[in-house]
Design a protein around this ligand. Structure first.
Ligand code: HEC
Ligand code: HEC
Ligand code: HEC
Length: 423
């Protein structure tokens, strides 16, 4: 009996050691050993300028510059279902920033998600996308970051729940969900399409919000840009591969470019976290890169389930009347008596895809918090929508949205009290 127990114990220990070795091995996949001696890194002015541009394409500032804080000095907390992860200081400060990092160490962080001291990094830093960025582009970003004024701002410690705060949990997660990759161009496609794919899936990290996440919080690359709930104030990033959500396959190409460049287009306008993406990142991209991204986005495969005959929605007439009264009083002077909007100023609500999406969460956010289109060179004085969270209570917001979703040809499900709580 005792011998059996001892044997079992040994077997268990062997299994644990084996599993641990596998996890460690999986975490080292694709990692080149760091060079023993630092080779001098020579940055040309062209390289620095290119790095500045690429950092905009990757929206590094979106996470690494805190509101009111020094540029790239870190401090922004990224909320995840597992806790908050803080983006660090990327200025060349030798103690708190990346002043002592070599180009190879910077590359390893971008490509393999490993910090200078060997620590594994949390994927709130979108290295599962950045792993596709070329060494040349990573070096350019590194060169540019090193020209920033150093800021002696210490990194904030992450606030994660046990066991997610352990390197062991992160190592297991990475073994299951992350493998370093590089961008492989599809020779059957044009150079422009490939450039677009590289930007969207690499630096642009669109999948970080528009991807579906599995139970472990990893984006499911298999499903591509099929939409997902994100942990930013309960916004939902719609599917870029579904015509019922945010696919732009049927848009004129210039409209797709306009959306990325100015935040507004005849078929839609950006809100919430997407307004931030346009404001900080895509509006700064050059014409060729925007055209390339548009080409790629327009050719994404259509993933929408065939639009079966949806039963006409049932709406409570009393609720519709209540909604209509609120609409006429609070909304019509901007969005028009029949939801027609005003071109260049207020988006139409009649026939709007965003209004008709099954999930009403983004609309609730828009009405509660209001919103501004991003200020961009192409739309320098955008119109705003005031927040109604303090004027309308939940039942009134539900009523007005039920009315908007059920009028002027719109036929989307009513907004219920449960929808209002789900946030
Ligand atoms: C969506 C938010 C987000 C974006 C966008 C982002 N980062 Fe980060 N980054 C983070 C977070 C969070 C961490 C901390 C991860 C950790 O400590 O585990 C981090 C860590 C890093 C690190 C490692 C720092 C260290 O001390 O180990 C580097 C290097 C880095 N980011 C570079 C970049 C660059 C370059 C870009 C733009 C191309 C960028 N990041 C864009 C969130 C982001
Ligand atoms: C920080 C999260 C986040 C990132 C990163 C992000 N998006 Fe979005 N996106 C959203 C959300 C939320 C919405 C829904 C709100 C809206 O309609 O603007 C959205 C909406 C959109 C829409 C539909 C706009 C409309 O009005 O129909 C498009 C197209 C889009 N995103 C493209 C992109 C592309 C391309 C990228 C990568 C360059 C990207 N997004 C990156 C969160 C994000
Ligand atoms: C002062 C003018 C103004 C008023 C009043 C106003 N809105 Fe808006 N609304 C806007 C602007 C501007 C936008 C675009 C904002 C953005 O994209 O961030 C917008 C966006 C929206 C959107 C998102 C549409 C889309 O296609 O992305 C919805 C839904 C909406 N408003 C509903 C309402 C409702 C319901 C009311 C009344 C309770 C209302 N609005 C009152 C100006 C207004």
């Amino acid at each position: 009996m005792r011998r059996r127990l001892a044997q079992l114990l040994i077997l268990l220990v062997v299994l644990v050691v084996l599993a641990a070795t596998t996890v460690v091995w999986l975490n080292r996949r694709g990692e080149a050993p760091l060079p023993d001696r630092q080779t001098a890194f020579v940055a040309t002015p062209q390289m620095v300028e290119r790095g500045r541009y690429l950092a905009l394409a990757g929206n590094c500032a979106g996470c690494h510059t805190a509101r009111g804080g020094a540029a790239y000095a870190g401090g922004v907390g990224i909320d995840t279902p597992f806790g908050t992860v803080y983006a660090g200081n990327l200025t060349p400060d030798p103690r708190h920033g990346i002043g002592q990092w070599s180009a190879a160490e910077f590359w390893r962080a971008m490509h393999n998600g490993r910090s200078r001291d060997g620590r594994l990094l949390y994927p709130a830093f979108p290295y599962p996308s950045f792993t596709q960025v070329t060494r040349e582009d990573a070096d350019a970003i590194y060169a540019w970051l090193r020209t920033l004024p150093p800021a002696a701002v210490p990194n904030a410690p992450h606030r994660l729940r046990f066991p997610y705060d352990t390197q062991a949990a992160l190592a297991v997660w990475r073994a299951l969900s992350f493998s370093p990759g590089s961008f492989v161009s599809d020779t059957a496609r044009t150079a422009e399409w490939n450039r677009g794919a590289y930007l969207v899936n690499g630096l642009g990290h669109c999948i970080a919000c528009h991807g579906t996440r599995d139970a472990l919080g990893a984006t499911e690359t298999r499903l591509g840009l099929a939409g997902g709930s994100i942990a930013i104030e309960q916004w939902y990033a719609p599917s870029l591969t579904s015509k019922r959500e945010a696919s732009v396959a049927d848009w004129p190409r210039r409209d797709v470019i306009a959306l990325l460049q100015t935040g507004t287009a005849p078929g839609g306008s950006v809100m919430g976290p997407m307004a931030d993406v346009v404001f900080r990142s895509t509006q700064h991209l050059n014409a060729e890169d925007l055209a390339a991204m548009a080409t790629y986005l327009q050719q994404l495969p259509d993933s929408a389930p065939p639009a079966g005959n949806r039963m006409p929605q049932r709406r409570d007439p009393g609720e519709m009347d209540r909604g209509a009264r609120i609409y006429d009083q609070r909304c019509a002077y901007c969005h028009g008596d029949r939801g027609e909007g005003r071109p260049g100023a207020y988006p139409p609500l009649a026939g709007s895809r965003a209004v008709g999406m099954d999930m009403p969460g983004n609309l609730v956010q828009a009405v509660r918090r209001g919103g501004f289109l991003p200020t961009t060179a192409g739309n320098p004085r955008p119109f705003g929508m005031p927040p109604f969270g303090h004027v309308l209570d939940d039942t009134e917001i539900a009523a007005v949205l039920t009315y908007v979703r059920g009028s002027w040809g719109n036929d989307a499900p009513p907004v219920t009290a449960a929808d209002m709580l789900r946030r």
